[in-house]
Design a protein around this ligand. Structure first.
Ligand code: B12
Length: 240
């Protein structure tokens, strides 16, 4: 088994549901904090864990405490997988940096160290959907993401085509009326191409963050309605 597949196998065993490798050269235009974040690295590993479909089926017009808890568990799991991945790569002699799953560094412009969605898109996990999120063929947007930067000699994966087509379910369901419904072939150059960005932020910060037992800044509605992966493959239970 080659080195890329060995590392991928390890990461899957730690709980990743999807993963891929992006060539950092394809990300040089991406804004990062700090600006030279990518300099020591040649590859970015994108890792996704899926969230149970049934969790989203508890959501109607606002996030639920169950979603809030699952969201936090997914972040913890992702941070742990990224931590273990970095240490495994270092043991093999390669630089490696785990980027936190959900850490906002610039609250004025709503920016993290790097966009996990951009990395995941370049690494072939999915496409950037009309909801601005990463949509995967297997689970829709019901995945959370993390990134590990490295200089290990990993083989890069290729992006996949956008499959949103004429679907507008996320636009029609958005409680803030924030999704414009614009289609992109590869990615939106700015968030405003896809969203009335302020409407999304204001709904999450002013309305949903006030709800009881809700971790700040979650919603979940544009994730719930995405038809990709909405019907999980569940075995019928045996009758006795
Ligand atoms: C800040 C933040 C927010 C802010 C701002 C959202 C935003 N769109 O930026 C607020 C609080 C509003 C928010 C809301 C939500 N968020 Co949020 N958020 C983040 C966070 C921490 C940073 C995002 C960031 O830096 N954005 C900067 C902008 C410029 O980048 P961007 O939005 O990712 O998209 C741009 C680039 O990706 C670019 N792009 C794509 N491909 C490429 C390729 C190249 C080469 C280039 C140059 C650019 C490029 O296109 C976009 C437009 O410019 C990330 C975690 C992370 N580190 O990525 C989570 C994250 C994006 N959030 C996530 C989620 C799920 C949500 C919510 C659904 C809330 C919830 N959990 O229920 C909503 C959805 C809102 C929406 N429809 O966009 C997930 C998305 C998972 C997925 N399947 O895509 C992330 C990745 C967290 C995670 N670890 O999984 N979030």
């Amino acid at each position: 088994m080659n080195y890329t597949n060995q590392i991928k196998k390890l990461i899957s065993e730690w709980g990743a549901d999807l993963l891929g490798v992006a060539d950092v050269k394809a990300l040089t235009e991406l804004k990062t904090i700090p600006a030279n974040l990518l300099e020591p690295f040649t590859k970015a590993i994108s890792i996704a864990v899926k969230l149970p479909v049934s969790v989203f089926e508890t959501i109607y017009d606002q996030p639920t405490p169950i979603y809030s808890s699952v969201y936090q568990t997914a972040n913890r799991l992702l941070d742990e997988i990224a931590f273990k991945t970095s240490n495994a790569l270092e043991k093999d002699g390669y630089y490696s940096l785990p980027i936190p799953a959900s850490q906002i560094l610039d609250r004025e412009n709503w920016h993290a160290a790097i966009s996990h969605k951009a990395v995941a898109r370049v690494a072939g996990l999915g496409w950037q959907g009309k909801n601005l999120l990463l949509i995967t063929p297997q689970f829709g947007s019901r995945v959370r993401l993390v990134t590990v930067l490295t200089n290990a000699p990993l083989e890069a994966d290729a992006p996949i085509k956008n499959r949103c087509a004429k679907c507008t379910l996320c636009r029609d369901a958005c409680p803030a009326g924030a999704i414009k419904g614009t289609l992109t072939e590869d990615y939106y150059e700015s968030r405003d191409q896809a969203l009335f960005f302020d409407k999304c932020v204001e709904h999450l910060t002013n309305d949903f963050a006030e709800l009881p037992n809700i971790a700040p800044l979650i919603c979940g509605i544009c994730i719930k309605v995405c038809p990709f992966g909405r019907k999980p493959k569940i075995k019928k239970s045996k009758t006795i």
